[in-house]
Design a protein around this ligand. Structure first.
Ligand code: CO
Length: 211
């Protein structure tokens, strides 16, 4: 309980500090949000979107789940994506994975993890797609890190396969789509891929809709 009380006290002090710094901060925040970025990241506690990008509340719309997956059966992710694209009209969507991801690591093993099996099975599919490249990497940590990267690229493609993105691009709206990876050892984010609006060249025709 003590730890939780400490958290509330820290919040109190943060709020007082913010109000002290800028007396209009909370009035402005309560009026509404106009973020330019949608962040789809891992739920890992070491990857907080605003803290590591030096942004303020109101600047990044955030969705996080285990291993930053973009699954077309996930109504949570799809709702966040649709709202961000169609209502908030964000200019950039970033899928942000991180090296040493526990979800990615777990997907490379054979342990029965219960319900989580079903979630990370999607990463096993990414592994199988790049089986030869990954099996050629002898060092286990390096192999995990490469799968972390390949997983990000697969989720970027998965975003392009949604009618939400395809429709937005057809209507002349942004957003740009970025695939990024966070290196926990340095705190730095590296961009792996950047997709311009209307560029569906990385996905097969069968995934393109008459939107
Ligand atoms: Co992770």
């Amino acid at each position: 309980m003590k730890d939780f009380q400490k958290l509330l006290l820290a919040n109190k002090s943060w709020a007082a500090h913010q109000a002290d710094d800028d007396p209009t901060f909370f009035t402005k925040m309560a009026e509404g949000q106009n973020p330019e970025f949608l962040w789809i990241g891992c739920a890992d506690s070491r990857a907080p979107a605003d803290r590591i990008t030096g942004t303020e509340p109101g600047q990044i719309f955030v969705h996080r789940n285990v291993a930053n997956l973009v699954l077309h059966t996930d109504f949570n992710m799809l709702s966040v994506l649709q709202y961000a694209v169609e209502v908030l009209e964000v200019k950039h969507i970033m899928v942000v994975g991180h090296y040493g991801c526990g979800g990615v690591k777990a997907s490379m093993g054979n342990s029965d993890l219960g319900l989580i099996n079903k979630w990370i099975r999607n990463i096993k599919d990414v592994y199988e797609k790049h089986h030869d490249e990954l099996e050629a990497i002898a060092d286990e940590d390096l192999r995990t890190d490469r799968l972390c990267e390949l997983n990000v690229l697969a989720q970027v493609d998965s975003l392009l396969k949604t009618t939400i993105i395809q429709k937005a691009w057809k209507n002349g709206n942004k957003p740009y789509v970025h695939g990024c990876i966070l290196e926990l050892k340095t705190g730095k984010i590296k961009q792996l891929i950047h997709v311009e609006p209307k560029d569906l060249s990385s996905i097969a025709n069968i995934y393109k809709y008459d939107v």
